[in-house]
Design a protein around this ligand. Structure first.
Ligand code: RET
Ligand code: FE2
Length: 566
């Protein structure tokens, strides 16, 4: 599988026109902007893990039925330092690297002194985040890189630590209807006070039209949750929000801070400082957005590993939340490039299939309820929450579907009751082979697949004026294991899951991770006068998401993993 995973991809700097077959809906005008690892070898040196690869941004610009593709390596400090040295000099998730080739123990110990609090990578390869008018490439460290979504140029490097005390932050922020960003990070430097920090980045700041007024500079701590263990905080990749709550899973997949502090000297990767404790529990924190405090009841469930939250909402006094869960952390193990080679099919078997689990957490625990009784009174789910002697509540999920990852929903339904999940189907191998539409109500599914095709995360874009939750299209960039077959952008009708069009691109496309769709109205909103903007708003997007004082660029785009009122 070298062709898909390990091989360095060539960037496509000049936009190339795709060959469109079928017909692209006339209303679909905008840019699909995505991110993922594209280069795993620099000079003679190779990264160990697929998540280490240098960020390759790519975009599909869709206008009047035509599609143009381009891609560009993120010009991060990491990328530049590696290319200049012609070898890997910055450490990534699965690869520890050294700026100078001198490996003797004294120089190692000396460098160690300045690396106790490690300066993490700015190789932002996971997702794209929108903050006000700005777009950022993101990873899970304290750095994000501003990018130009049209030209894919790399702009400023932003250090979250300047504004909020986090050393790590997720790549899956949430957005409210006004475009304000809600994200979570972990503060690990201060051992005595290891904590999870929820922070907010406003969509607009006073005088933001003036240069240099970046919304990130106005990031504020929303609340923080002390880590259960000061030296081993949980690792998490996303979190959930409902209209009034934040859902955070403190899972027994943990980072060992002491191991991290000595990793550089020991010559081991960050990944080796993470471990899954199958004897431990998964704690469910439900944070009230009004009081900014966690609901005091201790909710927990069995040990599990979750990367992606799908959605969450409130129903009949409960917070219901859906996640893709694993029995262990073997997913990260599988993405070592050594496992993604020729014998891939045999070697890369997941030890647990990613399953869609629905949890129900009762917001008010009746003091008089009997020990052992189920506190969930929601008829739509079989998930339970059992009251225990000590007042703790043990939650057991309803398993909805087995074998899916990279979930997306209609973003307008984030934090609200919803019905459809779009995802990549994955069974025992971590590689997606089908695109899936799962109907939570009927528990039925629709699928798209094609010989030798590997689909990327399927992104939902609503039809302007959409009435039904699934009125819209699914966009997925497809790469092929067949060298004769060009990669293409697939456009499916989200209702029927039939193919509307495909745009084949004669370029070296990579298998990516996450991204977003920027409707053309966004570009126009930046250029237009407020009156023109209002007209666009009225004509193009009567989704009920807009408020008169907000421009499109602040509230209407299709991002990942939801958002609600904060
Ligand atoms: C560099 C670095 C990290 C990078 C993590 C990455 C890059 C994770 C990617 C996860 C993905 C892509 C998951 C998909 O489901 C850590 C562990 C936060 C610790 C500190 C340094
Ligand atoms: Fe992710």
């Amino acid at each position: 599988m070298e062709i898909i995973f390990g091989r360095n991809k060539k960037e496509q700097l000049e936009p190339v026109q795709a060959k469109v077959t079928g017909s692209v809906p006339a209303w679909l005008q905008g840019t699909l902007l995505r991110n993922g690892p594209g280069m795993h070898t620099v000079g003679e040196s190779k990264y160990n893990h697929w998540f280490d690869g240098l960020a390759l941004l790519h975009s599909f610009s869709i206008r009047d039925g035509e599609v143009f593709y381009r891609s560009k390596y993120l010009q991060s400090d990491t990328y530049i330092a590696n290319i200049e040295a012609n070898r890997i000099v910055v450490s990534e998730f699965g690869t520890m690297a050294y700026p100078d080739p001198c490996k003797n123990i004294f120089s190692k110990a000396f460098s160690y002194l300045s690396h106790t609090i490690p300066d993490f990578t700015d190789n932002c390869l996971i997702n794209i985040m929108k903050c006000g008018e700005d777009f950022y490439a993101t990873t899970e460290t304290n750095y994000i890189r501003k990018i130009d979504p049209q030209t894919l140029e790399t702009l400023e490097k932003v250090d979250y630590r300047k504004y909020v005390a986090v050393n790590l932050a997720t790549s899956h922020p949430h957005y409210d209807e006004a475009g304000n960003v809600l994200n979570m990070g972990t503060s690990i430097v201060d051992k005595g006070r290891t904590k999870y920090v929820i922070f907010k980045i406003p969509a607009t700041v006073p005088g933001s039209k003036k240069k240099g007024k970046s919304p990130v500079k106005h990031a504020e701590v929303f609340c923080s949750i002390p880590s259960r263990s000061l030296l081993s905080p949980s690792y998490y990749h996303s979190f959930g929000v409902t209209e009034n709550y934040v859902v955070f899973l403190e899972q027994p997949f943990k980072l060992d801070i002491l191991k991290m502090a000595t990793a550089y000297m020991r010559g081991v990767s960050w990944a080796s400082c993470m471990s899954f404790d199958r004897e431990d529990k998964t704690y469910i924190h439900i944070i009230n957005q009004r009081t900014r405090k966690p609901v005091p009841t201790k909710f927990y469930t069995d040990p599990m590993v979750v990367f992606h939250h799908v959605n969450a909402y409130e129903e009949d006094g409960c917070v219901l939340f859906d996640v893709i869960a694993y029995e262990d952390s073997s997913l990260y193990q599988l993405f070592y490039l050594a496992n993604l080679n020729k014998d891939f099919e045999e070697k890369s078997r997941l030890t647990s299939v990613p399953t869609l689990r629905r949890f129900a957490v009762p917001l008010h625990v009746d003091k008089d309820a009997e020990v052992g009784s189920n506190l969930v009174k929601v008829s739509s789910t079989t998930a339970t929450a059992l009251k225990e002697k000590d007042g703790h509540v043990y939650c057991q999920p309803e398993v909805l579907y087995e074998g899916l990852e990279l979930p997306r929903i209609n973003y307008a339904y984030n934090g609200k009751p919803y019905r459809y999940i779009f995802a990549a189907e994955v069974q025992w191998s971590p590689v997606p082979t089908k695109i899936l539409k799962y109907d939570i109500l009927t528990k039925s599914s629709l699928k798209w697949s094609e010989e030798s095709c590997w689909p990327a995360e399927p992104l939902f874009v609503p039809t302007p004026g959409a009435k039904d939750e699934d009125d819209g299209v699914i966009l997925s960039a497809i790469v092929s294991t067949d060298p004769q077959k060009l990669p293409f952008l697939l456009i499916l009708d989200a209702k029927s899951f039939t193919e509307l069009a495909r745009a084949s691109v004669d370029a070296d496309m990579h298998l990516d991770l996450h991204g977003l769709f920027i409707p053309d109205a966004d570009w126009n909103a930046v250029k237009q006068t407020p009156t023109e903007m209002q007209e666009v708003e009225n004509s193009d997007h009567p989704t009920g998401l807009t408020t008169p004082e907000l421009s499109h660029s602040e509230n209407d785009f299709t991002a990942g993993h939801g958002g609600s009122s904060l």
